[in-house]
Design a protein around this ligand. Structure first.
Ligand code: SAH
Ligand code: SF4
Length: 348
């Protein structure tokens, strides 16, 4: 498989060049794009519009790469978790969250993560490798294929990994999610732990997508401990970058704040948060910690979560408590960790 070209890894121009190089008419490029991105073909054999001979000759030099579905788990609240196998046997997860007329898919950008946040299960494994652009967007194509005729409407890059640490592949994937899969920019949200230079670069490369930052603390001392990335890009520089992030009218930055008992959940923290976020067009998502096995960090009581929220709303801020979906299948944020070793190419 390795010396054949994966058609899913090609841009529109590259597909055209490929088609031309085979001596095929130009319209074959559109047909390929249509079968891959709208009909979710996962092998050349599915392209019944092509003659058997054409499929065979294309198959000698190319193939349509696809993630394999290793596991699919449904939660009692309707959330579904997918474990995908990659060609090298690694695995990543995506979570499908139905909500009214929306179908949001939370996708991964890396296998593991190098950021080492102390509360996060993905961070525990360290970085195994970056995902390629096609592996990022194939999470969407694979789920669309499984839920046909329904379609994913919204994307959040909040699964495994730090998207801005895999900048080029993520930007390439974003461009193709918008132009090939047809999900609009305002329905895509990228969440980052705070890689400041990349936050500043993102709007040039992929304008108008929604930005979410994982703030999770109100002092550098606490944030240094929870999120080592803070030692390089402290709170002030992160919030400065947010203030410079171009926002269309009525758009807001999402500030994610994982509440951890006794660490960052006091009323003083809430007051500091109000001061820090003054003048920033943002909404706050409060996420009570999902404790994972072996961690000493704990989720705060509902009373302290509500008290924290109250301080923010009393100061005219939008602050929602994010109800963790899919708890029973460990599909909540920070609970994602591809745990299954699979043989490359093996499907369920
Ligand atoms: N690396 C990016 C995106 C993936 S993490 C980032 O950090 O933003 C997505 C979200 O899950 C982040 O807001 C993170 O703070 C949160 N998260 C991680 N571990 C968690 C846990 N154990 N409980 C609740 N939220 C968690
Ligand atoms: Fe990586 Fe985000 Fe987890 Fe931190 S919270 S370890 S940045 S995935």
């Amino acid at each position: 498989m390795s010396n054949r070209i994966n058609l899913k890894s090609l841009s529109r121009d590259q597909i055209s060049v490929f088609v031309e190089a085979q001596g095929l008419p130009k319209f074959r490029a559109d047909q390929l794009l249509n079968w891959i991105y709208e009909r979710y073909a996962s092998s050349l054999d599915e392209i019944t519009e092509f003659s058997k001979d054409l499929r065979a000759s294309l198959g000698e030099i190319s193939y349509i790469g696809s993630l394999t579905v290793v596991k699919r788990q449904q939660s009692s609240d309707g959330t579904e978790k997918f474990l995908f196998g990659l060609e090298d046997g690694q695995t990543v997860e995506s979570v499908l969250i139905p909500d009214k007329d929306r179908l949001t898919l939370c996708i991964s950008s890396q296998v593991g993560c190098a950021m080492g946040c102390s509360f996060c299960l993905t961070g525990k494994s360290g970085l195994i490798r970056n995902l390629r652009a096609w592996e990022i967007l194939d999470q969407i194509l694979s789920v669309n294929r499984l839920i046909k005729p329904k379609k994913i409407t919204n994307i959040v890059l909040m699964g495994m990994g730090e998207p801005l640490a895999n900048f080029e592949e993520v930007v390439d994937a974003l461009k193709r999610i918008i132009s090939f899969i047809g999900i609009s920019k305002r329905k895509i949200t990228l969440s980052t732990a705070g890689l400041v230079p990349k936050i500043l670069e993102l709007p040039k490369m992929a304008p108008d997508i929604n930005l979410a930052i994982s703030l999770n603390a109100t002092t550098d001392t606490v944030r240094d401990r929870l999120m080592p990335v803070n030692r390089k890009y402290p709170i002030r520089s992160l919030l400065d970058a947010c203030r410079r992030y171009p926002l269309k009218p009525r758009r807001m930055i999402t500030v994610e704040y994982v509440l951890i008992s006794g660490i960052n959940d006091s009323v003083e923290d809430a007051r500091r948060l109000v001061r820090l976020l003054k003048g920033l067009r943002c909404k706050v998502n409060l996420i009570p910690l999902n404790p994972h096995e072996g961690s000493i960090l704990q989720r705060p009581s509902d009373v302290s979560v509500l008290a924290f929220q109250r301080v923010l709303t009393d100061n005219n801020m939008t602050a929602l408590i994010r109800v963790s979906k899919g708890q029973d299948i460990l599909a909540a944020c920070g609970q994602l960790k591809g745990k299954y070793a699979v043989e490359p190419g093996k499907n369920i």
